[in-house]
Design a binder for this molecule. Structure first.
Ligand SMILES: *[C@@H]1O[C@H](CO)[C@@H](O)[C@H](O)[C@H]1NC(C)=O
Ligand SMILES: *[C@@H]1O[C@H](CO)[C@@H](O)[C@H](O)[C@H]1NC(C)=O
Length: 796
């Protein structure tokens, strides 16, 4: 500024001079100077003496004096030359402020004669001040919604200078949005306004910085600037926008609770609360889904809230919204597609129409038992299933359609061997690891009457001692039936038959319920020795099944017959008479006692003994044969009439006996009588010869007879064709004990019994000892007879 002031001085001197010339002519007694401000100290203002027409010499004499009201300090007068100069640098603005005309008035006083000259120094403005703004930055806040055309008054710039040196114009840095509008008022003050030309967008430009320049009109021009800082106030004019329109996510169905599905993020171009977002599910998301998933309002994390299940839903669609906090708030939308990945978490399920089944044992292989449906709620390989019957049992699965099976029988069934099955169905899927499940089906095989009652043996031997009490139970026969319940209830009956032309029902009866056989009458071994009956067992099934067994009833002998003495006959009273010669020697055969016993075996084995005699020394009897012989010679002294009591006992239990009394008389002359008795009695030699002869004759006859019988039976068998050995055709072809066989039997050894119809050989214990011989009659009738095969007891 100092420099410019100095450089300006020359120009203003010329200017001042012109005014001075002008002033000299217009104002007498009054002088006026114009000087620019800011002149250096001592600078020439005006030649007062010259201008007033005063002599230099007078000045001093007339006490030339300068007085000033106010500007004394600024100007000075040089007495020697009468020149007015600047005493002190003048700042117009300091003296006059904004006054347009600024003068410093002074008086020049001369004495001798007193003369007062008024003078003025006009201070001319020099553009030495720059327009200034009171603040370095003007801050403006303008809402982005503001409509174009709105003006924002700005503070004017101040310039100390006046006139043209004062602020003359404003400019602003170029901007798309603003321009300046100025209006000069009457007092010359320029009002400046910022005019919005185009709507602001905070999102594009959140603030603007403009430079406002004020220019004055001086030469050279001076200018001052200030910053205008425009902050664009946000308006909630932008919606929140999600990163993706659709978020895609996938989750395994066994993901634990709280698993992160996806984190959503939305952006809002607005600012402040207008950009503060809250996330939530929108109304498009059903309440169920809102329970299944959670949404963090601030972080945007979507997490599972429930366990997922691929089998319930394979995907979910969630609608989301982000709401800003503006007023009014704006909402942005997005969607999440959650795909559920299947995990093999479901074992196959086996469904059967019923878990317990009943089938008849007679069903054919391939019979449908039940329908089986297998499902697996997984998908893909996890849901592919195989199903089988676990064990090897007579059942199998047959595929009817995918995952539908039929359980059928694969073999024939038999309730009697396996009454019940547990069919375990196993199903497994192809997932990894594979899951399996099983189901048990109870199959009850129901009974069908396919088994007849079964006797433990095809035939039985039933021993019954004769003389039994009528009504006693003699035997129990049981048959078992493998079937069950009604099909196994067995009832017994005797098959129709005759025994010796008598209905069997008069002999025996059977308890239908338990097969106990009762004798209805007393049997007599001597009349009936054995017979065969057939017992039928029948079950209660529909239709009933039956079977029969043969029962050989064998009557056992009892010692119920006492020996009967056949010879000598005792018709005349209780004794028989014998006579023998006086001369009979020792061992003389007197007689032979012949006795029979209707019983058999030991019961019929007879022993002879002398029970009582007149002279015990005279006779003895052969114990087995019953032959009575003399024990010694007969003496004269012996009583001529001897009495013998012979006791015949059998070997039964208890022993039974009979006695015979024989009167023996001695005679002197017996020659004639010997001849007479020739046939009956002989000496022992003759006697034994006769015996042998008789035995041979008897044996031959018997043999001949038996051979004839055998031939006859053989012919009969041939006529009947092939003989079936069933129970009803027991007429022939059994082993026939030959008579030799019978004759050769000996006492005291174990005997073998052969029973017709059985082919069995029964060992009979020690007592009673007898053998069963087939009598010829048995070939013709249905009855068999037991015949004692002891030693022949009779002698011809
Ligand atoms: C059937 O399943 C049970 C348990 O579910 C298991 O203990 C058993 O071993 C399975 N049986 C078979 C035959 O697979
Ligand atoms: C058979 O039944 C009868 C009559 O109920 C009974 O007396 C008898 O003891 C039974 N027999 C058997 C072997 O159970």
């Amino acid at each position: 500024m100092a420099n410019s002031a100095i450089s300006n001085t020359a120009a203003f001197q010329i200017f001042a001079f012109l005014i001075l010339v002008c002033t000299e002519h217009s104002i007498a007694g009054e002088i006026r100077y114009s000087i620019p401000e800011e002149m250096e100290e001592g600078a020439f203002v005006g030649n007062v003496a010259q201008d007033l027409g005063l002599e230099i010499q007078q000045l001093y004499d007339r006490n030339f004096m300068l007085t000033s009201d106010d500007g004394v300090d600024y100007i000075n007068i040089e007495l020697q030359r009468g020149i007015l100069s600047i005493a002190k640098k003048i700042d117009r603005e300091q003296i006059c402020g904004q006054e347009t005309a600024c003068t410093i008035s002074f008086k020049i006083i001369l004495e001798n004669p007193l003369a007062v000259y008024r003078g003025e120094v006009e201070i001319l403005d020099v553009n030495d001040n720059t327009p200034t703004f009171s603040e370095g930055t003007i801050a403006l806040q303008i809402a982005e919604s503001m409509a174009p055309g709105v003006g924002f008054p700005l503070e004017s710039a101040q310039d100390q200078d006046v006139g043209i040196n004062a602020v003359a114009a404003y400019t602003i840095s170029s901007s798309d949005y603003f321009r300046l509008k100025t209006q000069t008022s009457d007092d010359g003050v320029i009002a400046v306004e910022l005019l919005l030309e185009k709507s602001l967008d905070r999102e594009q430009k959140s603030s603007l910085r403009l430079v406002l320049t004020a220019i004055d009109g001086g030469i050279p021009q001076r200018s001052g600037t200030t910053q205008i800082l425009i902050t664009v106030m946000d308006n909630n004019d932008n919606p929140p926008v999600f990163d993706h329109k659709i978020y895609r996510s996938s989750l395994r169905e066994n993901a634990p609770l709280g698993s992160l599905v996806v984190t959503v993020k939305a952006n809002d171009l607005d600012d402040g609360p207008n950009a503060d977002l809250t996330y939530s599910f929108s109304k498009l998301t059903s309440p169920t889904l809102r329970e299944m998933f959670s949404c963090d309002p601030y972080s945007g994390e979507i997490r599972t809230n429930r366990m997922l299940d691929f089998e319930k839903s394979t995907s979910y669609s969630l609608h989301l919204q982000a709401v800003d906090h503006g007023s009014p708030a704006i909402t942005g939308h997005s969607q999440i597609l959650v795909k559920i990945i299947d995990v093999n978490d479901n074992a196959p399920e086996i469904k059967v129409t019923s878990t317990t089944c009943k089938i008849m044992e007679t069903v054919l292989p391939g019979t449908l038992i039940t329908l089986v449906n297998v499902i697996d709620r997984d998908s893909g390989e996890n849901g592919q299933i195989n199903c089988e019957v676990s064990r090897s049992i007579p059942f199998k699965l047959q595929t009817s359609s995918s995952n539908h099976y039929e359980l059928i029988t694969s073999e024939e069934l038999d309730r009697e061997s396996v009454p019940e099955y547990e069919v375990v169905l196993v199903a497994w899927d192809f997932g990894s690891p594979s899951l399996s499940t099983n189901k048990t089906i109870q199959i009850v095989i129901t009974d069908v009457n396919d088994n007849a009652p079964l006797f433990s043996e095809p035939s039985y031997n039933m021993y019954l001692t004769e003389n039994n009490a009528p009504g006693t139970s003699i035997f129990a026969i049981t048959a078992t039936d493998l079937d069950m319940d009604q099909n196994s209830y067995v009832s017994y009956s005797l098959l129709w038959n005759n025994i010796q032309d008598t209905r069997i029902s008069s002999f025996l009866s059977i308890n239908a319920l338990n097969g106990t056989i009762y004798a209805l009458r007393s049997f007599d071994y001597e009349k009936l020795k054995t017979f065969q009956i057939h017992v039928q067992a029948r079950d209660a099934g529909v239709p009933p099944l039956s079977s029969s067994a043969a029962v050989n009833v064998i009557i056992l002998d009892q010692n119920d017959n006492a020996p009967v003495i056949v010879s000598p006959s005792a018709q005349s009273g209780s004794a028989s008479a014998e006579s023998l010669p006086q001369s009979a020697d020792q061992g003389y055969f007197v007689t032979k006692i012949i006795a029979t016993d209707a019983d058999s075996g030991q019961n019929a084995r007879l022993f002879y003994q002398v029970h009582h005699s007149t002279d015990p020394t005279l006779f003895n009897i052969e114990q087995n044969s019953g032959e009575i012989r003399t024990a010694r010679r007969i003496f004269e002294s012996d009583t001529s009439m001897q009495t013998l009591v012979i006791l015949v006992t059998d070997n039964g239990q208890p022993r039974l006996s009979s006695t015979v009394t024989i009167h023996i008389s001695f005679q002197e002359n017996v020659t004639e009588r010997i001849t007479e008795r020739n046939n009956l009695v002989s000496n022992s030699e003759y006697d034994s010869n006769l015996h042998l002869y008789l035995i041979v004759v008897f044996g031959c006859t018997s043999l001949l007879f038996l051979v004839t019988i055998i031939l006859l039976i053989g012919i009969k068998c041939k006529q009947e064709g092939t003989v079936t050995q069933d129970h009803n055709s027991s007429s022939c072809c059994y082993r026939l004990g030959g008579s030799n066989d019978v004759l050769d039997r000996r006492y005291g050894t174990e005997e073998t019994l052969r029973y017709p119809g059985t082919g069995r050989i029964v060992r009979v214990g020690e007592t009673p000892h007898y053998s069963v011989c087939l009598s010829p009659e048995s070939a013709k009738s249905d009855f068999l007879f037991l015949k004692p095969c002891g030693r022949p007891t009779s002698q011809p």
